[in-house]
Design a protein around this ligand. Structure first.
Ligand SMILES: Cc1cc2nc3c(=O)[nH]c(=O)nc-3n(C[C@H](O)[C@H](O)[C@H](O)COP(=O)(O)O)c2cc1C
Length: 184
């Protein structure tokens, strides 16, 4: 059985639920999957994995530190495996709206440059929307988040009170399905 490992880092939950959805599709496609929140669990060995998916939410242009640590730790071994990277971010949300050049720049920065940094040649790069959670505003970002709020409210569905999910689940599922085929 083809074995997949999904390792993610999150602060607002988007990378977590995206990972779970990817895992669901992988299982439907017959893969064996392990999903790891890199903040809560350490991966000690990836020898058995045929496909490794590493993902993160983006805050201030950066990946969370935990999946980065994973990439560093297994950098050499990952160069010999099928690897896919994904991010959940605000820039991908706006991509679908008006500014494709903003999205292209963000994709380059968050995904393509990350692959180069770790000398990886990913079989897939997933550029997905994020979650805006107005119940969890960091004090230092409150002003900026509140300024954006009318736009967010107008454009996206409120999935729970104060929470706006900007992801395209069909795009995530298709990405995962295609990736599962490549892993087999
Ligand atoms: C304080 C803060 C900073 C953010 N910075 C960026 C950013 O630099 N680029 C971007 O595309 N999205 C940014 N976002 C949107 C996040 O990427 C989005 O909330 C995403 O869901 C975060 O991933 P997570 O839910 O897995 O933590 C930011 C969000 C917050 C709350």
């Amino acid at each position: 059985m083809t074995k997949a490992l999904i390792v993610y880092g999150t602060r607002y939950g988007a990378a977590a639920s995206t990972s779970e959805e990817i895992a669901k599709v992988f299982r439907q496609e017959g893969l064996e999957v392990r999903v790891v929140n890199a903040k809560e669990e350490k991966v000690n060995n990836i020898t058995d994995c045929d496909l490794v998916v590493v993902g993160s939410g983006i805050l201030i242009n950066k990946w969370t530190s935990e999946p980065e640590k994973f990439l560093k730790k297994f950098q050499k071994e990952l160069t010999r495996k099928k690897v896919a990277l994904f991010v959940c971010c605000g820039s991908a949300s706006y991509a679908t709206m008006a500014q494709p050049e903003v999205a292209a720049k963000a994709k380059r920065k968050y995904l393509e440059e990350k692959a180069v940094q770790y000398n990886l040649q990913p079989v897939a790069l997933g550029f997905f929307g994020g979650v805006y959670n107005y119940n969890k505003e960091p004090w230092w970002a409150k002003k900026a988040m509140e300024a954006e709020r009318p736009k967010i409210e107008a454009a996206y569905k409120e999935t729970q009170p104060g929470v706006y999910d900007t992801r395209d689940w069909n795009a995530i599922r298709s990405w995962a399905k295609e990736l599962a085929q490549k892993a087999k």
